[in-house]
Write a protein of this length. Structure first.
Length: 329
């Protein structure tokens, strides 16, 4: 392998991405501009053998071209400890296979590779359940397998949003209430008849007027603009994959306060790149697996998010200390 600095991006197949809005591609474009050697692979391409983390990864060149955004080179097998940085950007589902992959990455980290985000932090910070650590910022929320608890919560708060814990992009997310003849079916379906933990949150009506804000944080510090996702007509979900329309707005004082509550714990857990979701005055999710929004924000606002992230990564690679790094805009 060459002597240039090396980064591997663990992600879904690069040929399947939407390049105009893919944050992993934005990160790779910045890495290539800085002279990093880029590799990519999926969960099937990394493994443990005799306690050593290995990968069979593909060398890659990327371009900001919607028709030809990558050129794949040769694949080669080598110890992951040969890398300087690994970006864990595999999309959910966050399932047991994802958890197993974090053990592989943690062994690489033990041998000096910087893994973004930290494997243990990824295991700790389920994107739905992690809001429990910030209950003072969050709407009334229940996470339970009990259908009786879910029905009682719905009766108390009337209209609720029902979410599975391990998916993304608005998949299997429902808004319902006790007057909805399908509410029992929704609860049974999402919870797999009470065998899987499910999130219920009090419905926040501001979703239809102020949208669902995605705020990106780098090493615990927020980008000063939010990507606002307005649900499409007839839909309650503020997700781009569900057809939401986007716009960019500066952070409000409330947004900044929520970031100040969440940021220090993100830093502590090594979650260098995260995205929080805010509806109205409330934090609703903390996204740490593969947060999106870089390309939309960079196009609409005078910020270099990928550049700031790589400045932070570069500084961390050069630093002998694990102390949090400052991020300024």
């Amino acid at each position: 392998m060459s002597t240039s600095r090396k980064v591997a991006v663990i992600m879904d197949p690069i040929e399947s991405i939407q390049p105009h809005k893919d944050s992993s591609l934005a990160m790779m474009l910045e890495a290539e501009a800085r002279g990093w050697q880029i590799f990519t692979g999926g969960l099937s391409d990394i493994w443990l053998r005799d306690g050593q983390a290995w990968g069979c990864l593909t060398n890659l060149h990327v371009a900001d071209d919607p028709e030809h955004w990558y050129e794949a080179g040769e694949s080669e097998s080598f110890p992951l400890s040969d890398l300087d940085v690994i970006l864990m950007r595999k999309d959910p589902p966050f399932d047991i296979e994802y958890v197993f992959a974090t053990y592989v990455l943690e062994r690489a980290e033990d041998l000096g590779v910087l893994v973004v985000n930290h494997p243990r932090g990824l295991r700790d910070a389920n994107e739905k359940a992690f809001v429990a650590w910030f209950a003072h910022c969050v709407p009334p929320t229940l996470i339970s397998r009990s259908l009786d608890e879910m029905r009682a919560f719905m009766a108390e708060h009337e209209r609720v949003v029902v979410k599975p814990l391990g998916l993304m992009g608005g998949r299997s997310v429902f808004a319902t209430d006790a007057s909805d003849g399908n509410h029992n079916v929704i609860l049974e379906t999402v919870s797999h008849l009470g065998t899987r933990y499910t999130m219920l949150q009090k419905y926040i009506p501001e979703i239809s007027t102020t949208g669902d804000k995605r705020i990106l944080l780098i090493d615990g510090q927020p980008v000063p603009y939010a990507l606002v996702r307005m649900p499409s007509e007839g839909d309650h979900r503020g997700n781009m994959d569900a057809g939401a329309v986007t716009e960019v707005r500066p952070l409000t004082q409330r947004d900044q306060w929520i970031c100040s509550q969440v940021g220090p714990l993100l830093q502590k857990k090594g979650l260098m790149f995260a995205g929080i979701d805010v509806i109205g005055d409330y934090l609703t999710e903390v996204n740490v697996t593969s947060p999106t929004g870089i390309r939309e924000l960079e196009r609409a606002a005078n910020v270099s998010i990928a550049g700031q992230l790589w400045d932070t990564i570069d500084a961390r690679c050069r630093s002998d200390s694990d102390a949090p790094l400052s991020t300024t805009w």
